[in-house]
Write a protein that binds this ligand. Structure first.
Ligand code: FAD
Length: 467
């Protein structure tokens, strides 16, 4: 028997049910197909995926296997590989985004019609969405009852890396370098790559550091912008270098050992799960307002609007917002609290549609995850199923006093004057495209929209909308 293991957002060897099931049958050919769904991702997610594929190829090579790369429609690529290798089965870890579901079900039918065993496995979520429902048999729309419904559920134990062997003859493969997945990084891939540690082993090391040094204080410290208090595993999770089950079991063990922050960590892992369940049941959540009434709200939808450009470029004149937007641009990541308050400033103070913000994050985030991004944006904007009420408007100054009291975070990203000696702030200027530079010649001394004016305008617009 020979099985193609079609790897997608499960770029790991441990706790990979599709890989284990394939290894139990016989020889394994690991395959990654750069199809249209991956091609259309933003620049930073593509770069991050490239780094992840490099690491996976090395891990496979160390075990005497190869990662076979193909570009083009997934169905054609898999069918060709079936013919080239004589494989009689194709296995993969299930995906849940609507375009992925549509592609996979078409491929499953086509492969089965050819007499192949085509099977998908749980691997990117803890619980299958259709197994978690309210007592009335409906999907959960609010996080807290969702958490209560899953907190004591059992999650299957994690699996070790199986004994693997490949075919006697390997099929041809593209070379990753020729795909140029880093080409679209306007900010220079080298800058963002510095902040990324890709691959399964790096993810396991981050988890170990988190359990050793951070989980105890996680609940108390996680909101502080200038502290390394969280797991920093979201990008690894996004490409499946680590499985959510590995994080879940690690969190459960820590809880049993009495780590104070463990339950809170599990709750955050379940936020991601909740986002994916929402996307499964409400597949258009990334495309439009979940609450349709919000379609009538008059947000600005012009991506060329100078206020939107200023927000993207971290020059709104609101220090905390600008620091966070520059952090995003340079590192491909942003602290969760900073995501909430930059999203709030965009949608409330600047009255710009959350969809524009979502798209910018989609291009910049190395941990881009369609479900968490959509849920996060609709939560802040007030249009989502589980949403902060619109009138909850973050005040970046108050947030700065609470979570960046001595200004370290803002200084790290804004103080580019050499005498202030901050490398990271300088990186932003080194990385930005030429077309932005003229905008920075005059320092932005005042906020483009002041916190008081923006808040009043937002509340007045909301009152009028409700009326
Ligand atoms: P930790 O605090 O260590 O949490 C552990 C894990 O739990 C994370 O790795 C993540 O998988 C999950 N998690 C934590 N908080 C959330 C949350 N609020 N929503 C969903 N999952 C969560 N997260 C993404 O992974 N990709 C995105 O594209 C994304 N876009 C966002 C957009 C907005 C507007 C907002 C407000 C949040 C977004 N988040 C997104 C959620 C969150 O900001 C990140 O998951 C978190 O900052 C990652 O850091 P960490 O791994 O150190 O998290």
């Amino acid at each position: 028997n020979l099985t193609l293991v079609w790897l997608r957002r499960d770029l790991r060897l441990s706790d990979n049910r599709a890989l284990v099931a394939a290894a139990e049958r016989g020889a394994v050919v690991p395959v990654f197909v750069l199809d249209e769904l991956f091609e259309q991702m933003g620049a930073a997610p593509k770069l991050r995926m490239m780094l992840s594929l490099q690491a996976l190829a090395q891990d496979l090579e160390a075990r005497g296997l190869r990662l076979i790369l193909r570009r083009g429609p997934a169905r054609g690529a898999l069918e060709e590989l079936v013919a080239a290798t004589g494989a009689n089965a194709v296995y993969w870890s299930r995906g849940y985004a609507p375009d992925v579901v549509a592609r996979d079900s078409e491929i499953k039918t086509a492969l089965k019609d050819r007499g192949l065993a085509a099977q998908s496995f749980t691997g990117t979520l803890l619980f299958e969405p259709w197994t978690v429902e309210t007592q009335q048999g409906a999907p959960f729309r609010v996080y807290s009852p969702f958490w209560r419904a899953v907190r004591t559920r059992s999650v299957a134990p994690c699996l070790d890396v199986p004994e693997l062997h490949g075919p006697t003859q390997w099929p041809a493969s593209d070379s990753l370098e020729t795909w140029h997945l880093d080409r679209e990084m306007r900010r220079g891939a080298a800058v963002v790559s510095r902040f990324v540690a890709a691959g399964e082993q790096a993810a396991q090391r981050r988890l170990a550091v988190f359990l050793e040094e951070r989980i105890e204080g996680y609940k108390a410290e996680r909101d502080f912008l200038d502290r390394a208090a969280t797991s920093e595993l979201s990008d690894a999770l996004s490409y499946g270098e680590i499985s959510p089950a590995q994080m879940w079991h690690a969190g459960q063990r820590a809880m049993q050992e009495g780590a104070a922050g463990a339950e809170h960590f599990l709750k955050e892992v379940v936020w991601r799960e909740f986002a994916w369940h929402l996307m499964w049941f409400f597949p258009t959540i990334a495309e439009g307002n979940w609450r349709e009434a919000w379609d009538a709200f008059e947000w600005i939808e012009d991506a060329d609007h100078p206020h939107f450009q200023a927000w993207c470029q971290g020059r709104t004149g609101v220090a905390l917002v600008d620091a966070a937007m520059r952090e995003l641009y340079v590192t491909g990541k942003m602290h969760n609290r900073a995501r909430m308050l930059t999203a709030s400033y965009l949608t409330k103070h600047l009255n710009i549609h959350w969809k524009l913000g979502l798209k910018w994050f989609e291009d910049c985030l190395v941990d881009w995850d369609p479900a968490s991004n959509a849920m996060g944006w609709q939560w802040v904007a007030g249009s989502g199923p589980d949403a902060a009420p619109y009138f909850r408007i973050f005040n970046p100054d108050t947030q700065a006093e609470k979570f960046d009291a001595d200004g370290r975070y803002r200084k790290q990203w804004l103080s580019h004057a050499p005498e202030m000696g901050s490398d990271t702030a300088a990186l932003f200027f080194a990385a930005m495209p030429l077309s932005w530079q003229a905008q920075f010649e005059q320092p932005q001394r005042e906020a483009i929209v002041s916190l008081a004016t923006g808040r009043q305008r937002a509340l007045a617009a909301y009152e009028a909308f409700k009326a």
